[in-house]
Design a protein around this ligand. Sequence first.
Ligand code: 5GP
Ligand code: MG
Length: 463
Amino acid sequence: MALKEACGLLGIFSSSFDKTIAKTVYYGLFALQHRGQESAGIAVSDTNSIRHHKGLGLVSEVFDEDELEKLCGKIAIGHVRYSTTGSNVFSNAQPLVIRYHSGELAVAHNGNLVNALEIRERLEKNGLMFHTTTDSEVIAALIARSQTNLIDSIFSCVKQIHGAYSLLLMSKDQLIAVRDPHGFRPLCLGSYNGSYVVASESAAFNTIGATFIRDLKPGEILLIDDSGLKSYELPKSKRSLCVFEFVYFARPDSTIDGVSVYLARYRAGAILAEQHPAEADLVVAVPDSGSVAAIGFSDQSKIPLGMGLIKNRYIGRTFIEPSERMRNLGVRLKLSPLKELIDGKRVVLVDDSIVRGTTMGQIVKMLRDCGAKEIHVRISSPPITHSCYFGIDTSTKRELIASRFDAESIRQFIGADSLGYLNLEGLIEATGLTEKELCLACFNGDYPVMTPMEGKKYLFEKR
Ligand code: 5GP
Ligand code: MG
């Protein structure tokens, strides 16, 4: 099972009926495509009813002009998915649209619940039926069961669920955004032309011409309707923003909880150069995930940066294809070495992370084949030793190379002359946040929420 990223959310509450609302969401989701490429969907309310369209694949594959033109309305939510709980099948695509006693409700979820199975089994014993295998349906079911107004139902739902969730909910006349009390996943608010937008990442605002207003607070429930914004607060918990958002997930042009992702990555690279200097002629980034850290490394070490690896820009992330054989091919499909630059050089090769170690092993070999004299691998985050249960799909710890081998064994495995990881203190320093504000579980096993057993991604299928 591959490591997979979190999903992406975008919602709009328009000041008036908007014929092009779905198109705006479409462009916003486009900007969030890096957060998930398995499925995409948009639900729109015209204040009478909710219509939606979703499918497997990239945003550009799921929607065409016709589809988007049919989705006119005043409120809309969209989702791009990379599965965390539940396999990649159509029924698991989001937003989930349900009909219940108070009308229709659309739900889009980013994150992963750790007690979804318990809740689902309890509900099933009471006669409830489920149509999907995602934990997001559990959220919808809990809300639908509650016999009160939507906000109270949401309160009752979130009291029962544990784990990571950034949520967008849409009734026919309300848009509600929820960020879990730990604030695991980002969620922010923006505006344009009197309309409100909520998105997983602020970079999506740039794309659709919206202005960033603020991040949602951990534990905030934000209700948007015709009377404006109303903010509610869930009981406080330990703040635990996922540090991997800064390492890998988020776009460098996003700002999360006041921290620029670009600057965090740049500083990580610079601190890495201090912690693990190398005698070398050239710094080469593994694009795109290592690009910003490589700039920081180069600036700090005064070793020039060169584009030693060229990325095929028409290829998605190699993790899309889960089989080992295709993943290996994927690296060569995606990256080509520039022999003219590499030949005879001592190279510092910078990437953001090593997960299973397959990518780096292949790249090192490609550079050697091009005549690199020495290859010094530098990783701008610590060894990933623990599974994530909060939206990153590292359910099987065994697959994480650093959970079983030390740095020297990994160096041998990838065939590098030296290997240096940024340490945890360095990574925390790079974010400018404190240890107390971050979830660092994948690096240190310190889980902010009680976690279930390993390997539960397919928990609903396996029963
Ligand atoms: P490995 O071959 O070691 O398993 O993968 C390492 C590469 O995967 C790195 O270049 C890193 O940027 C990328 N990576 C790290 N985390 C994730 C993730 O959650 N999803 C995807 N698609 N790629 C990741
Ligand atoms: Mg990468």
